[in-house]
Ligand binder design. Structure first.
Ligand SMILES: NC(=O)c1ccc[n+]([C@@H]2O[C@H](COP(=O)([O-])OP(=O)(O)OC[C@H]3O[C@@H](n4cnc5c(N)ncnc54)[C@H](OP(=O)(O)O)[C@@H]3O)[C@@H](O)[C@H]2O)c1
Length: 261
């Protein structure tokens, strides 16, 4: 079985990928700046952890040593995003190539191409860094995760509401479903330099999803429609965040909400 490195394997998507890869019998190494204790939620029994900072390069050589394939699920919040996706990715792909890593799988987002939203531009630069590298790369662009859509609604908490972006539809996907596709790609599915799109099983309006959240949680908060400004709002209203022709046969939002309850 190949040795798999999950970069950012303590995060939301990365933890699911780590779990999937361990379950399939791979030898799994996780790289992140903070290594979880073995009773922490982020910890997956059976995986090894290496303290690594993509941006400074600390711990990178140890992380890639002996690795056959890497799956990049790293992330950067706010101003960190450009650092992680630009500098961090360059450090990672060059070190990985130098240490003989054969294949790389990158988790990206549906609809980033052509968007002037800063985070999406940083993701597009990250994709280019992989495609320009010596690594046999597969890019998997996913639609919004169930958890991410929930976090948008929850932004209304300070005013006792659920925020629902107007004119916006989502096709939310479970991170477990994303993880399966990423590990398939790590095992060789897809083509070299190929870009694969995956989306959740259903396209639904933000309002319909917010109503499902409200029902499932028993919340009394009202749904507050907001028009999201800027390039992210226009990208979403244009439906560029959707991939209905690439819907996975996975857990719809309502089922995922029930499973959490
Ligand atoms: N949210 C969505 O709906 C969605 C949809 C499609 C694709 N994506 C993409 O999926 C990826 C993962 O998102 P997520 O929400 O799962 O991320 P997340 O929960 O924020 O996890 C990020 C991971 O990256 C690690 N990390 C951050 N900075 C690092 C650094 N400098 N060096 C090494 N590791 C670092 C974090 O650990 P430490 O902080 O301990 O370093 C953590 O393990 C992102 O690239 C995102 O663009 C997200």
């Amino acid at each position: 079985m190949p040795r798999v490195l999950v970069v950012g394997g303590t995060g939301l998507a990365g933890r699911a990928v780590t779990e999937e890869a361990v379950e399939r019998g791979h030898e799994v190494v996780v790289a992140a700046r903070r290594v979880p204790d073995d009773d922490a939620e982020a910890y997956v029994p059976g995986a090894a952890y290496v303290t690594t900072d993509l941006v400074t390069g600390a711990g990178l050589e140890e992380a890639v040593d002996g690795v056959d394939v890497l799956i990049d699920t790293s992330n950067g919040l706010g101003k960190q995003a450009a650092n992680v996706f630009a500098t961090g990715t360059q450090n990672l792909v060059h070190t990985a190539a130098r240490f003989g890593v054969h294949r790389a799988v990158l988790l990206s987002i549906v609809g980033i191409e052509g968007s002037s939203y800063g985070y999406y531009r940083a993701k597009a630069a990250q994709e280019r860094a992989y495609l320009d590298s010596a690594l046999d790369t597969r890019i998997v662009r996913a639609t919004q995760f169930h958890d991410f859509v929930t976090a948008i609604f929850d932004r209304g908490r300070p005013v006792g509401a659920l925020l629902s972006p107007t004119g916006t539809r989502f096709q939310p996907i479970a991170v477990a479903d994303v993880a399966r596709v990423l590990v398939d790609a790590a095992e060789g599915a897809g083509e070299r330099d190929g870009v694969l799109h995956i989306g959740g099983p259903r396209v639904e309006s933000a309002r319909a999803l917010a109503e499902q959240w409200k029902r499932a949680s028993g919340s009394r908060r009202y749904i507050l429609p907001i028009r999201l400004g800027g390039p992210l709002g226009s990208t979403w209203r244009a439906g560029r965040n959707l991939a209905p022709e690439h819907a996975v046969d996975g857990a719809p939002y309502a089922t995922w909400l029930d499973s959490r309850a």
